[in-house]
Design a protein around this ligand. Structure first.
Ligand SMILES: [Zn+2]
Length: 114
């Protein structure tokens, strides 16, 4: 067990947790675009020129999916939120690797850190 190595890992983990705190605008979902036909029988949408796209954020949870309608003017914001979530996901993976590394280094063996 190397204290210096453990300290470096803890420092890196603290940095990553700080990064996480900056991602408040995250949106955990995927971007979806839908086209549709309307009720008017003579509308061009029935000849293949469908209405749309309409934007949705698709959110999956415990095997269920829900789609939330997104106003056109919010497109950039929502795309930014989705990108932030990707960053968060990546940070979580990095923290996982650090925690596994800490286990290997014996950092938790004497219950000092847990
Ligand atoms: Zn139509």
């Amino acid at each position: 067990m190397s204290n210096r190595r453990i300290e470096a890992l803890l420092e890196r983990r603290a940095e990553l947790l700080n990064e996480l705190a900056k991602k408040a605008w995250l949106l955990r979902g995927t971007w979806a675009e839908r086209y549709s036909t309307c009720m008017r029988p003579n509308c061009k949408c029935h000849q293949g020129e469908k209405h749309g796209p309409r934007y949705y954020l698709s959110i999956a949870r415990q095997g269920k999916k829900r789609e939330v309608y997104i106003r056109r003017r919010h497109e950039d914001l929502v795309r930014k939120g989705i990108a932030q979530y990707q960053t968060v996901d990546d940070i979580l993976l990095q923290i996982t690797e650090i925690n596994l590394e800490l286990l290997k280094e014996g950092a938790y063996d004497d219950d000092k850190l847990s």
